[in-house]
Design a protein around this ligand. Structure first.
Ligand code: PLP
Length: 412
């Protein structure tokens, strides 16, 4: 199909042209004296993304899943008691991984469409008088349902309970797109991946560990080899890796971080909020509802849209892909067929989102869902315009067209 493909799955996301070009490099010796010039600043700059001053960043040739495994195996021992909330496919998979490496997981089942409940965690920690619980695992942004949980509130709950469990956060689909504060929330292990907010291909699992996490490493008994923190720390100290690094990915990461810092992280978060709000306006205009049960759960990186009864979200996705060159995200597990997802993270702007909304509308119409063509796009357009106008503090249309100024001055 001619023209650009519209990639609107919540990962992998669009790789900016600049990043793609930066990755087209000849291979080089990763033991040369020049190699640390590339790698050492990467560790420092990633810390800025995690908002960590004294954390240790690890870059594994892996994906987010490897980051999960690295975070857990390096800091815990088989049989350790951990608490984790389950409310979507990604929180489920992390729990499954934790169980398979031998941890004793107390699973807090939450309704899909909601997220982590800090008060519940506080109660459990309070009841754990002997401090047997070693870890609290939270998925900040559940990509399957489009739900964001309040990690700052989880930290407050842990403090209120006076418990010293470590706090683990999956930020794979949030870090670099949604506000994340490693230091302020005293997160001990944060996991990110390359193919979501970092605008790279899949291939890197990135972990940031606090000083407390590094202390836990010293006694953690889970088996690990490839993901061992100690080997990494030793080699990374001088800018090298214990094994062959994924060189083009590191060059891509260099450029992606540059792009994020040029835009400034706070603006990146704001842009994601605006794009997400535009999508939510469209969903409302279609007469549909997000899978997220209320505004307090709304995610700024992905929206799962519930299709009306009698329809299959997979048919919408298929029509969008075959007819309109648009990739939408599938419903996973419990919500398979019940939702389709629009990923709105990474290298995106208003008009790109309007394109995806237009395609989603057409695909929904094709499968027989009663939506009015243009309704969602129109709602998003109106929202994007109003946001831009407010930001530019432009004169109102009345003022611009020469009617009365607030001070009573008539425009020329
Ligand atoms: C994508 C994703 C993962 C898994 O990452 P992979 O890179 O596919 O291994 C984990 N958690 C969340 C929240 C995700 O969105």
């Amino acid at each position: 199909m001619p023209g650009r493909h519209f990639l609107f799955v919540p990962g992998p996301t669009n790789v900016p042209d600049r990043v793609q070009r930066a990755m087209v490099v000849a291979m080089e010796d990763h033991r040369s004296s020049k190699f640390p010039d590339l790698t050492l600043p990467l560790f420092q700059d990633l810390k800025k993304v995690f908002k960590s001053t004294d954390g240790q960043v690890f870059i594994f040739p892996s994906s987010g899943t490897g980051g999960w495994e690295a975070a857990l195996t390096n800091t815990l021992s088989p049989g350790d008691k951990v608490v984790a909330s389950r409310f979507g496919q990604f929180s489920h998979l992390w729990i499954d991984l934790a169980q398979r490496i031998g941890l004793d997981v107390q699973v807090l089942e939450e309704e899909w469409g909601t997220g982590v409940k800090p008060d519940k965690i506080e109660a459990i920690l309070r009841a754990d008088k002997e401090q047997k619980i070693k870890a609290v695992l939270c998925v900040q942004n559940e990509t399957a349902t489009g739900v964001t949980s309040d990690i700052g509130a989880v930290r407050k709950a842990m403090d209120a309970a006076g418990h010293n469990a470590l706090l683990y956060v999956d930020g794979v689909s949030s870090i670099g797109s949604i506000d994340f504060r490693m230091d302020e929330w005293r997160v001990d292990l944060a996991v990110a991946g390359s193919q979501k907010g970092l605008m790279l291909p899949a291939g890197l699992g990135i972990v940031c560990a606090s000083q407390r996490a590094l202390a836990a490493y010293k006694t953690a008994q889970c088996k690990r080899v490839y993901f061992d923190f100690g080997d990494m720390i030793k080699a990374n100290a001088t800018g090298y890796f214990p094994y062959t690094p994924a060189l083009p990915m590191l060059y891509g990461l260099r450029e992606a971080l540059k792009i994020l810092f040029e835009e400034k992280l706070e603006h990146v978060f704001e842009r994601h909020h605006v794009l997400a709000s535009g999508v939510r306006e469209a969903v409302k205009a279609w007469g549909l509802t997000p899978c997220a049960k209320g505004p307090e759960w709304y995610s700024d990186t992905v929206t799962a849209i519930v299709v009306p009864p009698g329809f299959n979200g997979a048919d919408v996705i298929d029509a969008a892909f075959r007819r309109y060159n648009l990739s939408l995200g599938a419903g996973l597990s419990q919500v398979a067929g019940k939702v389709f997802r629009i990923g709105h993270l990474g290298d995106l702007n208003d008009l790109m989102v309007c394109g995806a909304l237009a395609g989603a509308e057409m695909a929904m119409k094709d499968v027989g869902i009663d939506v009015t063509l243009g309704s969602g796009v129109g709602a998003a357009q109106a929202y994007f315009r109003s946001t831009i106008m407010a930001k530019e503090k432009k004169p109102t249309e009345q003022e611009a067209f020469g009617v009365l100024h607030p001070e009573g001055v008539v425009n020329a």
